[in-house]
Design a protein. Structure first.
Length: 187
């Protein structure tokens, strides 16, 4: 069974993390470990009609962002990787410089040090040079950066179509088989 850590931070786009959790909750071979920052919880309230109780039902395990003693804060927890979706620029900076100031950043730090898969879905625009340098630093450390930039070759008709395509890209990064969005078939 795959074990994935999912961090949802305070950047706009909480729905990307929620959609990933929804899709993963349907895959019995994947166990999810969720951490939501306080601002992610606020954005959940601002951007969706969901409650924290709704979100907790989608994850196998839920941790407080302040719980530095959680099992996912240790390299001895054998995860298959971590995704931070959406990733605020504060979290990107914290992870890029190893601050480990909360459980999301600590779990990402452990993911990097253990050379496991780390996927960052940054949600900010425009990006400053500081943001780009922090993202570049993470890419050089082995993180995969998958910004939610929509594709249109699959003729999306709804916002959910765009979200599905982004979720497909994240699942692909972890080699999780899926057919939730159309793929490029050539011209």
């Amino acid at each position: 069974m795959k074990q994935l850590i999912i961090g949802i931070t305070g950047a706009s786009g909480t729905i990307y993390g929620i959609d990933l959790l929804k899709k993963l909750s349907q895959i019995t071979e994947v166990e999810t470990h969720l951490i939501m920052s306080s601002w992610a919880k606020k954005n959940l309230e601002l951007e969706t009609d969901l409650t924290m109780a709704d979100v907790k039902k989608l994850a196998n395990h839920v941790y407080s962002a302040n719980d530095q003693g959680a099992k996912i804060a240790s390299g001895s927890f054998l995860s298959d990787g971590m995704v931070i979706v959406p990733a605020s620029m504060k979290t990107v900076a914290s992870v890029a410089y190893g601050l480990a100031d909360n459980l999301i950043a600590r779990a990402a730090d452990v993911t990097i040090k253990e050379q496991r898969k780390l996927v960052i879905v940054p949600r900010e625009t425009p990006l400053s040079v500081i943001h780009l340098e922090n993202l570049t630093r993470l890419a050089k450390l082995g993180a995969q950066i998958i910004p939610p930039i929509p594709a249109f070759y699959h003729h999306p008709q709804t916002i959910q179509d765009l979200i599905d395509h982004q979720t497909m890209k994240v699942l692909d990064a972890f080699n999780i088989s899926n057919d939730i969005s159309s793929r490029w078939e050539g011209d």
